[in-house]
Ligand binder design. Structure first.
Ligand code: FMN
Length: 166
């Protein structure tokens, strides 16, 4: 898919079909993450892939804004190191890389940031020095023909200023 079309059509998906995402596509999504640049090329991030149904259910229980993740085919917990003050920028970049790589293969994804931190640390053995930044769920969309629908964005003239802020 053309890069612009991929960005323009991608939606956050929270309802997934039961169809399994092939392992090769999951590997491509992880490869897209690996290839994304970090500030100073520190590559401080780590990823936990969750696909066991029991663990996906636990992810939902440990979340305040991602109950839908139980239906995902798999999920990725993104950990970043807060000792780098740009770690959240890195997280945003890797998140978008993974979501666009998935969408390119017709795989939908959604994310959540509402995390019950102590539960996560215990349930997924996450070290204290790592920030639990975002969780992304992946799966084929339950609804077909989503492309191009439901984008609710401000018009460009409300967003963009030329030369100075007006
Ligand atoms: C920083 C950030 C945090 C988000 N947190 C959540 C969340 O906790 N739960 C959730 O279901 N979606 C979350 N989202 C998804 C947004 O709701 C979604 O990107 C937005 O509604 C646009 O969706 P669309 O691209 O399908 O139009 C988050 C998105 C971002 C960028």
């Amino acid at each position: 898919m053309d890069t612009f079309d991929c960005i323009a059509t991608k939606l956050d998906i929270r309802e997934y079909s039961k169809q399994k995402v092939p392992i090769e596509i999951r590997e491509k999504i992880l490869e897209a993450a690996r290839l994304t640049g970090t500030g100073l090329n520190t590559q401080h991030w780590r990823f936990i892939v969750v696909e066991d149904k029991h663990n996906l259910n636990k992810l939902a229980e440990d979340s305040t804004s991602g109950k839908w993740v139980t239906e995902a085919n798999f999920a990725i917990i993104v950990l970043t190191n807060p000792k780098y003050n740009y770690h959240m920028i890195d997280a945003g970049r890797v998140l978008q890389s993974m979501q666009l790589a998935a969408w390119n293969f017709g795989v939908g994804s959604g994310l959540f940031t509402g995390i019950r931190e102590q539960n996560f640390r215990k349930d997924y053995n996450i070290p204290e020095q790592m920030n639990i930044t975002v969780v992304v769920g992946f799966g084929y969309p339950a609804k077909k023909n989503l492309t191009g629908k439901r984008k609710n964005r401000l018009p460009i003239n409300e967003l963009v200023h030329y030369e100075i802020y007006r």
